[in-house]
Design a protein around this ligand. Structure first.
Ligand SMILES: [Cu+2]
Length: 300
């Protein structure tokens, strides 16, 4: 869904002005990763000329009056609040079949547990992503993401980062992994990692927010998700389903929980396990200055 929403309007018969809403916050987009949220920036008007002089002037005037899309701005957050909570599974979670390993069984073993749904004994769901939508100004991103090919699994199965924040892929195994990331259907990185402890920086590949589906081209049982957000207000739940996001400027926000699909649908032509679509739940929350808000989500 990285395509623009476009509409057209007549311009006195002399041409067309096309209004495009640049989509700067789209996460997901097709069958592989359905729409998750959309932040529409102000429309950008493009003149399509039949009389270039006039239409270009119109375009210039319109552009001068429309604010451009605003990038995330780092500020010192005064009296920021926190948002915490749980993601719990409602009812009895399905038991997922282990995934057969197609090669390198001497290193990987014969099968691996599916991590599409990981529910603890307390009902907490690991690997759900929580994010605040539309935060234009706020804290500086901290930390970095390291996606490790470790014992023929991606560690961690779900990671979250911010556009521009350092992110790397590592191979801790002594066999070839080929880490392949897709944003919708577009490849954003495709890395052959033949050597143990090899590391490749992908920071500059993650230029757009969205859900990056990560596969290993060598091992169909290996898959992961990397959520690239447009602000650092994003967190992944731990093994108890707990999350916490801090230094939030006071205000009211939409908060979305994302979780990958986990109801098995079979395997694709390469033998990769397939599951149903990811889920999202969006709620509103108000963060008071120095406040501590709580939001819980239920997955079912
Ligand atoms: Cu692999």
């Amino acid at each position: 869904m990285n395509g623009d929403l476009a509409r057209t309007a007549n311009c006195g018969g002399c041409g067309r002005i096309v209004a495009r809403h640049a989509n700067r916050g789209g996460i997901g987009g097709d069958a592989a990763s359905p729409p998750m949220f959309t932040v529409s920036s102000p429309p950008i008007f493009i003149a399509k000329a039949c009389r270039p002089g006039i239409t270009l002037l119109v375009a210039a005037l319109v552009l001068a009056t429309v604010a451009p899309a605003v990038a995330y701005e780092e500020i010192v957050v005064k009296d920021g609040g926190t948002l915490g909570g749980h993601v719990k599974f409602a009812g009895t979670p399905p038991t997922l079949e282990p995934l057969p390993v197609n090669k390198n069984r001497d290193v990987c073993g014969d099968r691996k547990a599916s991590e599409a749904l990981v529910v603890g004994t307390d009902g907490g769901v690991r690997g759900a992503v929580i994010f605040l939508e539309g935060v234009a100004k706020g804290k500086k991103p901290t930390g970095e993401v390291l996606l490790d090919n470790h014992k023929c699994l991606f560690v961690s199965h779900v990671t979250a980062t911010t556009v521009g924040t350092k992110a790397r892929v590592k191979n801790s195994d002594g066999i070839l992994h080929n880490t392949h990331g897709f944003l919708a259907k577009v490849t954003v990185f495709n890395l052959a990692l033949p050597n143990r402890d090899q590391m490749i920086d992908i920071t500059k590949r993650l230029t757009k927010p969205g859900v990056v589906r990560v596969l290993c081209d060598a091992h169909p049982h290996m898959f992961a998700w990397m959520i690239v957000h447009d602000s650092p207000y994003v967190a992944v739940t731990d093994e108890h389903g707990v999350f916490k996001i801090d230094s939030i400027p006071a205000g009211t926000y939409k908060v979305t929980m994302w979780h990958e699909g986990f109801r098995p649908k079979g395997v694709d032509k390469d033998g990769r396990p397939t599951y149903d679509e990811p889920r999202t739940i969006t709620k509103d929350v108000t963060i008071a200055p120095n406040g501590a808000a709580t939001l819980d989500f239920e997955l079912r």
